[in-house]
Ligand binder design. Structure first.
Ligand code: AP5
Length: 217
């Protein structure tokens, strides 16, 4: 299975992509997570991208494309992948098509999670993440068993620096303007599947699985 998830920041791409990747037995590759790891590791790429991320702007295409090209050529991606947060500009989508054509493994489908803008603001300002294992929670919709503590590894949860309301609004405005043309791009290739992303996580997951021809996760 080779799938990309499209949608507004906070539409639930990461939540749903993780479930689908587990169900399909393929890696979940999230460009935001890869960039955050570079920032934590203080790599050269991490130092370069940090400012873009904190301001809620897209990292330049050439840096993002080079990182994804390397990741998709790692052995685990040979059996397929679920891409989350990439592509999010037309040049990224075109670069992905070229790379997959070179690898002889074309994309199966682009899944677009449709949600309302005000809903994603509530979701993102309530999101808490584990800085150690990457688990994602929400203070209302998916709280941890003990407030502020990761269920999986016991680490104190944090709020992402780009989940402040002002940055979230900027991300929606700036990033979605660049990502929206991807919907007609994949529709023209007959690869687009559109799913409403505003229900509870398990209901959305069932609809996503059905759109991808998988049994419910
Ligand atoms: P990235 O980490 O990809 O951020 P994003 O696209 O803005 O997406 P999010 O992770 O914020 O949201 P999501 O849709 O995954 O929602 P989630 O499932 O977590 O990117 C961060 C930054 O990196 C970017 O700003 C940019 O600078 C850079 N970057 C990354 N990729 C790039 C690229 N390709 N090109 C250029 N720059 C790039 O859910 C959100 C919250 O809602 C969670 O708390 C969750 O628990 C909750 N939730 C989810 N689903 C539901 C539901 N159904 N009901 C109730 N709550 C729910």
């Amino acid at each position: 299975m080779r799938v990309v998830f499209l949608g507004l920041p906070g539409s639930g791409k990461g939540t749903q992509a993780a479930l689908i990747a587990t169900a399909a037995g393929v890696p979940h590759i999230a460009t935001g997570d890869l960039f955050r790891q570079h920032v934590r590791d203080r790599t050269e790429l991490g130092q370069t991208v940090r400012g873009y991320m904190d301001r809620g702007e897209n990292v330049p295409d050439q840096l993002t494309i080079a990182m994804v090209r390397g990741r998709l050529q790692e052995p685990d991606a040979a059996r397929g992948f679920v891409l989350d947060g990439f592509p999010r500009t037309l040049p990224q989508a075109e670069a992905l098509d070229t790379l997959l054509q070179d690898l002889g493994a074309p994309l199966d489908c682009a899944l677009y999670l449709e949600v309302d803008g005000e809903l994603v603001i509530r979701r993102m300002t309530g999101r808490r993440v584990c800085p150690k294992c990457g688990a994602v929670y929400h203070v209302e919709a998916k709280p941890p068993k003990t407030a502020g503590v990761c269920d999986a590894c016991g680490t104190a949860l944090v709020q992402r620096s780009d989940d402040r309301e002002d940055v979230v609004r900027h991300r929606i405005e700036v990033q979605w303007a660049e990502a929206e043309p991807l919907v007609p791009y994949y529709a023209a290739q007959h690869k687009l599947r559109e799913v409403r992303g505003d229900g509870p996580v398990d209901e959305v997951a069932a609809t996503v699985a059905s759109a991808l021809g998988l049994p419910s996760a």
